[in-house]
Design a protein around this ligand. Structure first.
Ligand code: FE2
Ligand code: FE2
Length: 200
């Protein structure tokens, strides 16, 4: 990534602005999911190794930073607008800013790019998969299965803050079935279970 707008810098920024450990983990979980979609999109586009590394890093940064202002500015008037303004002043890449705005359905920013769609699709699902892991006695995401997640989606009392329609709409935006979308995000989060505190 040119100009030093790296995943590492995004990670430090997230930690600077966020005190809530669960919100930091949420950033990491969404990063895992969006990054996986960046990897598959880069290969679908047939990007060179160098281009694809840069492309994938945009997905990782957008995932990490999409809620980075939420601890300080959680209101609908402020999140994610305050954060995006700050990032824009610093010069972060425009596709990342666009995706962060578009993850909030009240922002008026349409979801256009594949990154916009991947971030929106990953946000609620990452939260839901975390909830699915935390109700396991082991609290391990390795014990979560696609079929169980689908069942829990029908249980209205479970993780009620998570909008089920965002998960199904997200899958459709990516041209995936809900099962494929769940499977892809689940695998991405399982690969980083330790870091997410979901290794059991
Ligand atoms: Fe958000
Ligand atoms: Fe989020």
């Amino acid at each position: 990534m040119g100009d030093g707008f790296t995943r590492e810098r995004a990670w430090r920024l997230l930690q600077d602005w966020t005190t809530s450990p669960s919100l930091i983990k949420h950033g990491l979980a969404v990063e895992a999911c969006t990054r996986a979609y960046g990897v598959s999109e880069a290969s679908r586009l047939g990007l060179s190794a160098v281009d694809s590394a840069e492309f994938i890093e945009l997905y990782a940064i957008a995932g990490l930073l999409h809620d980075f202002d939420y601890d300080r500015y959680p209101s609908l008037e402020e999140h994610p607008f305050v954060g995006v303004k700050f990032l824009r002043e610093q010069g972060w890449p425009e596709p990342v800013l666009h995706a962060i705005l578009a993850h909030a359905d009240y922002s008026g920013t349409p979801r256009e790019s594949h990154l916009d769609r991947a971030l929106f699709a990953s946000d609620e699902l990452a939260g839901f998969l975390t909830a699915c892991a935390l109700v396991k006695p082991s609290k391990s995401i390795h014990e979560v299965e696609v079929a169980g997640v689908k069942k829990k989606m029908k249980d209205k009392a479970f993780a009620r803050a998570v909008k089920r329609e965002d998960i199904t709409e997200g899958a459709a935006l990516l041209g995936l079935t809900v099962e494929e979308h769940i499977g892809s995000c689940l695998k991405a989060m399982q690969d980083r279970a330790e870091e997410l505190g979901l290794a059991g």
